[in-house]
Design a binder for this molecule. Structure first.
Ligand SMILES: Cc1cc2nc3c(=O)[nH]c(=O)nc-3n(C[C@H](O)[C@H](O)[C@H](O)COP(=O)(O)OP(=O)(O)OC[C@H]3O[C@@H](n4cnc5c(N)ncnc54)[C@H](O)[C@@H]3O)c2cc1C
Length: 183
């Protein structure tokens, strides 16, 4: 998934990469056009074990969940260190509608990094208001490999970049101010 409210560097790059399916369009233009025609509007964002629709107009937070979320959200990276999300949020949080929607949008697991979780909270704060429909989510026309990776690879090859597949990098040299350095 992508959004057009974030991903500034990605879109900046893809504003100059031609689409593989219509050469007169950039990947950015074709993706925006596709998402204007096909808007995300989930009608059953969560379903329970009996396949019944779960009401998602509320996030399901208790006051304790809110306090804990605020605490992790306001913590500096060095305070969070190598801790897990579960080090900051109580078991009940992982049963909230919010957690199920957030975790399935961004592929989070409770044991994932607390720093990563905090950064996603900050970066995608805007999605709080529309996570129950996924209205902010933008998709590429094809899967991300075919829409993004292949178009970029083709453009790079056309500009002389040589891709060497099935190899392992064990060392690299780079040129700095006219000198060859080894790292
Ligand atoms: C489950 C999951 C879902 C995600 N969903 C999304 C999403 O919906 N939207 C989104 O924007 N992001 C998503 N992400 C995050 C996104 O996939 C990563 O941020 C992105 O792939 C990072 O790209 P990268 O090129 O830096 O690293 P990678 O994609 O990890 O690429 C690194 C490559 O280098 C190769 N490599 C490593 N060491 C060597 C070596 N010594 N020699 C040669 N090759 C080597 C690896 O094999 C790999 O192919 C998701 C991540 C996960 C795990």
């Amino acid at each position: 998934m992508l959004t057009t409210d974030n991903y500034e560097c990605t879109w900046d790059l893809y504003k100059s990469i031609p689409s593989l399916s219509s050469k007169d369009k950039t990947v950015f233009n074709e993706t925006v056009k596709f998402n204007e025609a096909h808007k995300s509007n989930a009608m059953a964002r969560l379903v329970d074990r009996r396949h019944a629709k779960v009401p998602v107009s509320l996030m399901g937070f208790s006051m304790q969940d809110r306090m804990e979320l605020l605490k992790i959200s306001n913590s500096h990276d060095d305070m969070l260190g190598a801790s897990y999300i579960t080090d900051w949020l109580s078991p009940a949080f992982f049963e909230t509608e919010f957690w199920y929607m957030w975790a399935t949008t961004f592929a989070f697991q409770p044991w994932h990094s607390a720093v990563e979780f905090k950064r996603y909270l900050h970066r995608f704060m805007l999605e709080f208001s529309r996570i129950e429909t996924l209205a902010g989510v933008k998709r590429t026309i094809y899967n991300q490999y075919d829409s993004l990776a292949r178009s970029l690879q083709t453009w790079l090859e056309e500009h002389g970049v040589c891709f060497v597949m099935n190899c392992r990098v064990t060392d690299l040299d780079y040129k700095s101010e006219g000198m060859m350095q080894s790292v």
